[in-house]
Design a protein around this ligand. Structure first.
Ligand SMILES: Nc1nc2c(c(=O)[nH]1)N[C@H]1C(S)=C(S)[C@@H](COP(=O)(O)OP(=O)(O)OC[C@H]3O[C@@H](n4cnc5c(=O)[nH]c(N)nc54)[C@H](O)[C@@H]3O)O[C@H]1N2
Ligand SMILES: Nc1nc2c(c(=O)[nH]1)N[C@H]1C(S)=C(S)[C@@H](COP(=O)(O)OP(=O)(O)OC[C@H]3O[C@@H](n4cnc5c(=O)[nH]c(N)nc54)[C@H](O)[C@@H]3O)O[C@H]1N2
Ligand code: SF4
Ligand SMILES: [Mo]
Length: 755
């Protein structure tokens, strides 16, 4: 809350706000003048981030006040997007979606959810209601461009796709980091403010850091050992490490032993993956592979952690599975210093340990290519064909509800998707910008800037290296004519599900009723046997989302159980602690999180067995030419932060990194344009010669290509860059998770004239 009233013109005050710009969730102290954020610094009293801030967080004000942010809804009339009232906009949404549902069924409505949904309260609270209300199976999210392999491996191993172990950064003795560059990304599936500082602290306390990455990144430079692996081969390296543990009898399950099954079966499954067999494919000497495995086994505590470079590759699920297999076989899962399951304040009340329903893949398939669903989602890479290709049975996607996603740049083959989106009967985008994707919408519903939104990290608290909880009300009041994103999404739910015009608070009331009705029936719930109406009447909060938060906190693992647990968490208590409440370090939790049918960790699940032959075949594969990988820049974030002058320029540029040997061999000069050709098309970018990429590998960042007509991102358009995902045709996927292969993609370099 502002310390002085921001309404008073000219008054300067401060407000606390957790930064929503990456997964690190740093607490910021915003300077507020009038109703504008004029500065941001790290909040030293924040219980979690303790003052850390990065250049993006420091530019919070500029990003928040970007003049290109839309202020009013846009509705297409006579082919053109025009400013409209909120009522007109929601009328148009109802009129656009309902006929599609009625004529073609719910699956003809595609739901697209992008990355910022995990950074907003609205994105956590309403999309599940929308999905349930519509009953559409056409769900496409950024997860299948990102971490779906990890969900699938967790689902298979632990029976819960959301049970993702997190490396205990503050206490581990040995970190093996695979395909992640936290010095630029600030970490992912491992929420840790000041990840760089935590890596330095690990080294300072005598621990070791090993980085596996085809590029010598800033993170790799910090490491004790950098393994410049050939892209796409991590699963082979990891399988060979498991092989070494088995052959050299280094397996030590420790406390995990009673909870794990199929250890011998895993040993048999990796027999062929000897270090010698993997060395050639990975370009990592067999001795190095042995050393990596022995060091892991010898370390007092250790954690293996894999991210984008291990997920968005042909064997993403196998690599993600092997990361956990290594943690398990060395006894490091679920122990301090290893990889542990966080316990967030808004997790469901933990049920007693015991067998669960397990995790299933492929309960339905995509209509055109028959890809199995994973976690209820279809691959983002097949969205275009699900729109533009007819089949004998089932309807193509004819309407799209797009919330915080820009797949025209973020997903494979943007040109095809661009055309497909343009051919829809109806599209609505909830997006602050008119960009490459939202330009196709018939209705654009702009959320307010972050300073005008309340904030709670539903997603990232379940992935944090320390259990803690923080909540911020909006730093400045909603500007007149604005609508909170929570209300936008509640109204969207109503408009899309045939309840257009109902009071949006009805959505929250309904969720509260259903959740409490269920909780009182659960024997393990602190509210077992109580009257749901009596409980609902006790909820505090200024609005529906706050009441829902209060409810989740109170029936959650640290909650007051509606008066049954003294000192337990409530929204009121959280509001009284504006810098957050620390809930302690990660603690061992097994077997409680396990929901497999056996009630144990199922180390060698059937779908993994079925995919191993493909990995065996990869032992003998080796593309002759160059392969492409991505990279992230500290001052960037996917596709939507190139419109802020303070965050662009310098080294944050869309250049193609080429190793000096390759540049010489191909006659490429530094700064000269080169045409990069892949299966989905070609783009022309300037060459940047650097030995930070290994020979045979080139690197181009994603999220660029801001040169399409009909967008309104003026600064981004001045230096548009090119869309790396145009090089992909969408056919390369990790089969188990449906995740697009974005790294290790074969490309050709051809001469180019200036772009
Ligand atoms: N080649 C390649 N491609 C990649 C990746 C890669 O490494 N390489 N990474 C992939 C990954 S990990 C991800 S997560 C995806 C991300 O891809 P997307 O999920 O498409 O996310 P963004 O590109 O960040 O686009 C976010 C959209 O949300 C809007 N937005 C911003 N803030 C808000 C808000 O508060 N509310 C709403 N409603 N909208 C908002 C932005 O204007 C933008 O249109 O990209 C993937 N694409
Ligand atoms: N500054 C900034 N921060 C961000 C984002 C951003 O765009 N910019 N995006 C956010 C999002 S959505 C996400 S998901 C996270 C991602 O967080 P990270 O996973 O840490 O992100 P990257 O920097 O893409 O790191 C991936 C690394 O994998 C390497 N790599 C590529 N192919 C391979 C391979 O085959 N094997 C191995 N071992 N390595 C490989 C790349 O060279 C790269 O250094 O970052 C988040 N934070
Ligand atoms: S590290 Fe991430 S959360 Fe922290 S200030 Fe930077 S962008 Fe914000
Ligand atoms: Mo991501």
């Amino acid at each position: 809350m502002p310390t002085t009233d921001p309404h008073t013109s000219g008054a300067a005050g401060t407000a606390l706000r957790v930064c929503p710009l990456c997964e690190a969730t740093c607490g910021l102290t915003l300077t507020i003048e009038g109703s504008r954020v004029t500065g941001a610094r790290g909040d030293r009293d924040d219980v979690f981030s303790k003052g850390f801030i990065c250049p993006k967080g420091a530019s919070f004000g500029a990003l928040d006040a970007d003049p290109d942010r839309l202020r009013t809804p846009l509705v297409r009339k006579d082919g053109e997007l025009r400013e409209a009232t909120w009522d007109e906009a929601f009328d148009a949404v109802a009129a656009g979606i309902r006929p599609v549902v009625e004529r073609h069924g719910p699956h003809a409505v595609g739901i697209l959810l992008g990355n910022p949904n995990v950074h907003t309260m609205a994105g956590a609270l309403y999309p599940p209601v929308l999905l349930a209300g519509l009953g559409s199976r056409s769900l496409f999210t950024a997860s299948t461009l990102d971490q779906m392999p990890k969900h699938v491996s967790s689902g298979l191993l632990y029976g819960d796709a959301n049970a993702i172990p997190v490396p205990d950064l503050d206490h581990t003795d040995h970190l093996l980091l695979i395909g992640a560059n936290p010095l630029e990304s600030n970490g992912s599936l491992c929420t840790a403010p000041d990840f760089p500082g935590k890596l330095r602290a690990l080294k300072a306390r005598g621990g070791t850091l090993t980085v596996v990455d085809p590029r010598r990144t800033r993170t790799a430079k910090l490491a004790d050992r950098h393994v410049a692996i050939r892209p796409g081969t991590d699963a082979l390296l990891l399988a060979a490490m498991v092989n070494v543990l088995c052959e050299e009898r280094l397996i030590e399950l420790g406390e995990l032993a009673p909870h794990v099954q199929d250890v011998d079966e895993v040993a048999a499954a990796v027999r062929e993956f000897t270090p010698e067999a993997a060395a050639d494919a990975c370009d990592v000497p067999a001795d190095t592979i042995r050393t990596l495995a022995r060091e892991l086994a010898a370390a007092p505590t250790a954690a293996v952690y894999g991210r984008i470079g291990s997920c968005t590759v042909p064997h993403g699920t196998l690599a993600s599975w092997l990361v956990d297999v290594l943690n398990i076989l060395t006894g490091n899962l679920d122990r301090p210093g290893g990889a542990l399951f966080p316990q967030s304040a808004t997790d469901r009340t933990p049920r007693p340990a015991g067998p669960g329903h397990g995790f299933r893949l492929g309960r339905w398939n995509s209509r055109v290519s028959g890809h199995p669903e994973a976690k209820g989602e279809l691959p983002m890479a097949v969205l275009a064909e699900e729109i533009d290709t007819a089949t004998a049975e089932g309807s193509p996607v004819r309407a799209v509800i797009c919330v915080a996603a820009n797949p025209v740049l973020s997903a494979p083959d943007g040109d095809r998707l661009d055309k497909a989106l343009g051919s829809l009967d109806f599209m609505v985008s909830v997006d602050p910008y008119l960009n490459e994707t939202s330009r196709h919408a018939d209705v654009v519903l702009p959320p307010p800037p972050p300073s005008q939104s309340a904030h709670f990290d539903f997603a990232f608290n379940t992935l944090a290296v320390r259990n803690q909880v923080r909540y911020n009300r909006a730093a400045v009041p909603l500007e007149s004519g604005r609508m909170a994103e929570t209300e936008i999404l509640a109204r969207l739910v109503l408009a899309a599900t045939g309840m257009h015009g109902a009071d949006p608070s009805a959505v929250d009331a309904m969720v509260i009723d259903t959740t409490l009705a269920k909780a009182v029936k659960e024997p393990h719930s602190p509210v077992h046997g109580r009257d749901p109406k009596e409980l609902a009447a006790q909820l505090t909060g200024d609005n529906g989302p706050e009441r829902r938060l209060d409810m989740m906190l109170r029936i959650g693992p640290y909650g007051d159980g509606f008066g049954t647990r003294e000192d337990g968490l409530t929204l009121e208590k959280l509001l009284a602690h504006p810098h957050g409440i620390d809930l302690g370090p990660l603690r061992p939790r097994l077997p409680q999180p396990l929901k497999t049918r056996s009630g144990r960790i199922e180390l060698l699940p059937e779908p993994i067995v079925g995919d191993l032959p493909r990995l065996r075949a990869a032992l003998r594969e080796r593309p002759a030419g160059l392969v492409l990988v991505g990279r992230r820049h500290l001052r960037s974030n996917n596709s939507w932060m190139h419109n802020v002058p303070a965050l662009t320029g310098g080294s944050n540029r869309c250049t193609l990194h080429v190793h000096p040997h390759d540049a010489e061999r191909l006659g490429l000069g530094d700064g000269a344009p080169v045409r990069v050709k892949g299966a989905g098309g070609s783009v022309t970018a300037p060459v940047e010669i650097t030995d930070s990429v290994r020979p045979g590998v080139v690197s181009l960042p994603h999220g660029w290509g801001h040169d399409r007509p009909g967008t309104r991102m003026n600064h981004a358009a001045t230096d548009p860059g090119v869309n790396v995902n145009q090089l992909l045709d969408g056919s390369l996927l990790d089969p188990l998770s449906g995740t697009a292969v974005l790294n290790g993609v074969p490309v050709e370099l051809l001469p180019a004239t200036a772009p």
